[in-house]
Design a protein around this ligand. Structure first.
Ligand code: ADP
Ligand code: ZN
Ligand code: ZN
Length: 729
């Protein structure tokens, strides 16, 4: 008999230390185990909690032990409890936040009704402040607001459609809006998912005859699968047929009675992978992603946990899919930055996948045309050196922009005109949305900046506003300078909106000009824009990084990177790797069909190392040199970096807390501490940053965790928010 359940409550602040003991009443003794989700009384409230252990006795006296109110039907597999707690520890988060990653979506809600026929919806997510508010007695919340926040919390990281939120919590959209205004909830529009294509997939079900490189890779994968735990890196050039290898690998795992997780950067941007898995494996595939309603996500989760589905395809959160007997984890496009979670816990799904593979004796298969230095140096490599049809990769030409006026090099303009005239397609990458990146007064030099953040406001013509890309603040497009009343307002720089306009004027009569960035994605949906480009006879697709993802459009003959310097300039040791990947990935979109293709890269730094390697399609050469460089400077993977931030409306408070942190951490024996350094103000908060670098990750994460707990409890921490990012991207 083990009548004591150790329960980690799912609403918590940093200072709170679980787990807490509860006595199981006789009727729950048989059904409750590690991973059960219980509704428990907690500090005069009712909260959801996860059982992390059972015990025979408690240190608490009998009259201090409360009983759970009830147990929910769906629980968390015990191994995932372990994984959730591991995440909390590795990324300096709290057990509650780690566990909320592995609990059933919409826990405690009863899965249910779906909203049909809606194209867009509003999605609610609880913010860090909202989490804090749940346990912080100084924040005033009425019962309904508290229920709404708790429902959002238990729905997991991806948020809940407001239609569902209304049903779950009784809070209507207006109430959610009020929470949004207090910063406790964020609301964002998103496109609703279209049902995965199960029909009209005849062509996809047909299996191409594998190339010899694909066959070799698959036979190595099968051998590795039979051995249990292992790690492989599939390095295949763009268009080498990696997805076909993943499908074959999944087949082997399933044949051995093991389940499969397939992680992709973003479902909307990589619909082809989902489609092909669904086509091959049908109902065995569950898709978990943010475009599902909470009810739909809950259903998919249950299908997996009951074994009705044994393949899960999804973005980073799919790494937590409740699959028993997991045999294979696939990480497609493993270089993609979206595998890193932005909010607390700031986990890296690739590292979590590695840990899960270890825990479950499964095989980790990461794939990319541009692998990261981390994976290259640590995983055994399988190579697909050529495109499936033996076609060459497109020629990459660097265009020197020094002394060139305007956004387009004359050769770029000419190439785009030719594509239009020949009825072909082009993709143009410009990593800057909006019309122009800032506006200023020609007479007095006044620049429009955000009142909440120290950044310039970006002009968006179609919406008639200048807006802040950090906090969303917006103002009408200015016609008069507030300082000197001059009407001579200058617009600087070219963004995607302006480029679309310019190309529309130059080529609009001949070909279609489409745009894919966060603005058009919110309006028309990513799928809508991509489908329009796919079905167009001829066209130019302009966009931010979104256009460089794994799309497979055979009729694209030209790829263009404008301002390749923008990623190079980034003050970060990963800037070069990111630039190389971006150019190589964009090149991968071009020349996939019989007409071949070319790539033009505009830069003011044509000698830059990543560009020279991209010009030669030499991913192996690049990453090897990159590793040498990182070793010389002691950068990851030869060390670990932990970034800490303090934020407060008060400059002095943010600084004091950061100084206290620096003091508490001291200097690691095998590393150094940089800072505290002030960062630009964001969302009305003054921020300071501390960067700790060390070789021993366990040790540095441990000392950072202790320092934060110490400082967060102290007086200097009042009103200060802390965030920790282990190995930031
Ligand atoms: P990657 O992910 O490596 O860039 P994909 O998996 O998207 O490449 O494959 C590129 C294209 O080649 C797809 O249209 C796919 O259907 C096709 N393909 C894959 N393997 C073969 C093969 N062995 N023979 C013919 N076509 C193939
Ligand atoms: Zn002025
Ligand atoms: Zn702002």
């Amino acid at each position: 008999m083990r009548p004591i359940a150790k329960v980690e409550p799912l609403t918590t602040a940093r200072a709170l230390r679980g787990p807490f003991d509860y006595r199981l009443p006789p009727e729950l003794l048989d059904s409750v185990g590690v991973g059960s989700v219980l509704l428990v009384p907690f500090a005069r409230r009712k909260v959801l909690g996860v059982v992390t252990a059972l015990a025979e006795t408690s240190d608490l006296p009998d009259d201090k032990l409360a009983e759970p109110i009830r147990a929910l039907d769906a629980g968390v597999p015990p191994r995932l409890v372990e994984l959730g707690l591991w995440v909390a520890e590795q990324y300096c988060s709290t057990p509650a936040r780690g566990l909320s990653l592995v609990t059933p979506p919409g826990t405690g809600t009863g899965a249910g009704a779906r909203v049909q026929g809606v194209r867009t919806e509003l999605v609610a997510r609880i913010s860090a402040d909202g989490l804090h508010a749940l346990t912080d007695s100084t924040t005033k919340l009425n019962d309904r607001q508290r229920r709404a926040l708790e429902a959002l919390l238990s729905s997991g990281e991806e948020g809940v459609a407001t239609a569902d939120a209304e049903r779950l919590t009784g809070a209507d959209t207006a109430a959610l809006r009020r929470l949004e205004r207090r910063g406790l909830v964020s609301l964002e529009p998103r496109e609703r998912r279209r049902a995965p294509v199960h029909e009209s997939v005849g062509a996809l079900v047909s299996r191409p005859e594998l190339t010899s490189a694909q066959r070799n890779a698959l036979s190595e994968i099968s051998t590795a699968l039979a051995h249990g735990h292992g790690e492989l890196l599939l390095h295949g050039v763009t268009g080498s047929g990696k997805t076909e290898v993943y499908l074959g690998a999944a087949e082997s795992a399933l044949a051995a009675g093991r389940g499969v997780i397939v992680m992709v950067p973003e479902i909307a941007l990589t619909p082809q992978v989902v489609t092909r898995f669904s086509a091959r494996f049908g109902e065995r595939v569950a898709v978990l992603h943010s475009q599902l309603s909470a009810g739909e996500r809950h259903d998919e989760w249950l299908r997996l946990s009951r074994g009705q589905a044994d393949i899960c395809v999804g973005p980073r959160s799919a790494v937590f899919a409740p699959i028993e007997r997991l045999g294979l984890l696939i990480v497609d496009e493993e270089h993609d930055a979206s595998y890193k979670q932005e909010g607390d816990p700031r986990y890296d799904a690739r590292e979590v996948a590695e840990q899960r593979a270890r825990l479950e004796g499964a095989l980790l298969l990461s794939g990319s045309a541009t692998p990261r230095a981390e994976s290259w140096s640590r995983y055994r490599r399988l190579t697909l050196p050529e495109r499936v049809d033996g076609r060459p990769l497109p020629a990459v030409e660097l265009l020197d922009m020094n002394g060139v006026a305007g956004a387009l090099h004359p050769q770029t303009s000419a190439a785009l005109a030719r594509v239009a005239a020949d009825g072909e397609k082009a993709i143009v990458l410009l990593n800057r949305r909006g019309w122009s990146n800032f506006v200023s007064c020609r007479d007095c030099g006044h620049t429009w900046i955000c009142p909440n953040c120290d950044v310039t406001l970006v002009l968006h013509m179609a919406r008639g506003v200048v807006s802040c890309h950090h906090c969303g603040h917006r103002e009408r497009v200015p016609d008069l300078c507030p300082e000197c009343e001059s009407s001579d307002v200058a617009r600087h720089g070219v963004g995607t909106e302006r480029l679309q306009n310019d190309l529309e004027q130059a080529l609009g009569g001949v070909t279609q000009i489409l745009r894919l960035d966060a603005d058009t994605a919110a309006r028309e949906g990513v799928t809508g824009v991509l489908a329009a480009f796919e079905t167009a006879d001829s066209g130019v697709l302009i966009g931010t990084q979104m256009v460089a993802k794994g799309h497979d459009f055979p009729d694209v003959t030209l790829g263009v990177v404008l301002d390749a310097d923008s990623t190079l300039r980034f003050p970060d040791f990963r800037a070069e790797e990111r630039t190389f990947a971006l150019v190589a990935q964009l090149a991968g979109r071009s020349g996939r069909g019989p007409r071949g293709g070319r790539v033009l890269v505009q830069t003011t730094a044509p000698e830059a190392r990543p560009l020279r390697f991209a010009e030669r399609h030499d991913a192996a050469g690049f990453v090897q040199e990159e590793l040498t460089r990182r070793q010389a400077f002691g950068y990851p993977p030869f060390s670990h970096i932990v970034k800490l931030q303090t934020a407060s409306p008060e400059y002095a408070a943010a600084m004091a807390a950061a100084e206290k942190l620096a003091e508490a951490i001291g200097t690691p024996a095998d590393g150094r501490v940089l800072g505290p350094t002030p960062l630009f103000k964001r969302k009305g908060l003054e921020r300071f940053q501390l960067e700790v670098k060390a070789v021993d990750r366990e040790a540095v994460v441990g000392s950072v965790r202790e320092a934060i707990e110490l400082v967060a409890r102290g007086a200097a921490a009042r009103g200060v928010k802390f965030s920790v990012d282990v190995d930031p991207q």
